[in-house]
Design a protein around this ligand. Structure first.
Ligand code: GLN
Length: 230
């Protein structure tokens, strides 16, 4: 199986080295035709406006949408999460052309500016169940987005409670000091994290994603085999 990493801007090199460390063929994607034949795609963190502009210049958006529609797995980290969300808050007027597919409302800069970048230990039961290891994951948040609402088909894998001071802008409507937001979700073939697993040495999120890819692979292969027989 070969996994593509959108390589327009941001932390694509880090994803590529983690995939290679896990023995997977990793391909830099900059042109629509480079998506052909890939088993899955990772959209890295970076700056979603810049990434969207470049994706438009390279005529990638329709091809990325088509790729998502095939049911092949896509994992978006941070800016990648913004790319996958159906509804994005905090965008400039006119917005940016994104891929969509993930039934979520995402606030683009929920945690504020660079000043509010932080690291924290997250409880991620699904990750521990699938991959073992420590019961927490050290997550790096950099000008991070957050998932404020998620549709019924979306499974929340990790959430985070923001306390006043970490997010000056986003207190809930009642003025409460605490607000719980989702920071890792899965919806069928889509995986999205508001933080950057590619910037840590813990490879469990990459292994988790590769298992999703393996499963899709097997079901695609099985259905092809069935088609052959009939
Ligand atoms: N909030 C950033 C954006 O709008 C994403 C930050 C990141 O990917 N580290 O693109």
């Amino acid at each position: 199986m070969s996994v593509g990493v959108l390589a327009l801007q941001g932390s694509f090199n880090e994803h590529i080295s983690t995939l290679r460390r896990l023995g997977v063929e990793a391909i830099e994607v900059r042109k629509p035709e480079q998506l052909d034949g890939l088993s899955a795609l990772i959209i890295p963190g970076g700056e979603s406006t810049t990434m969207a502009k470049l994706a438009n210049q390279y005529n990638l958006i329709p091809a990325l949408k088509k790729f998502g529609a095939t049911g092949k797995p896509i994992w978006g980290t941070c800016a990648g999460l913004i790319f996958l969300a159906d509804n994005v808050l905090g965008q400039k007027k006119g917005g940016q052309d994104l891929i969509g597919g993930l039934d979520c409302t995402v606030h683009r800069n929920f945690f504020g500016s660079q000043l509010y970048s932080f690291e924290t230990e997250l409880e991620v039961p699904a990750l521990v169940e699938a991959e073992g290891g420590s019961h927490t994951f050290r997550a790096v948040f950099i000008r991070a987005p957050a998932i404020l609402e998620a549709g019924p088909a979306v499974e929340v894998l990790a959430d985070y409670t923001v306390t006043h001071g970490e997010s000056e802008k986003e207190k809930d409507a009642n003025g409460n000091k605490e607000q719980k937001v989702a920071v890792a979700v899965r919806q069928g073939n889509l995986l999205a994290t508001a933080f950057h697993p590619e910037l840590t040495s813990d490879t469990r999120w990459h292994s988790y994603f590769l298992k999703m890819v393996g499963k899709t692979h097997t079901s695609v292969l099985n259905s092809l085999a069935k088609t052959d027989v009939t």
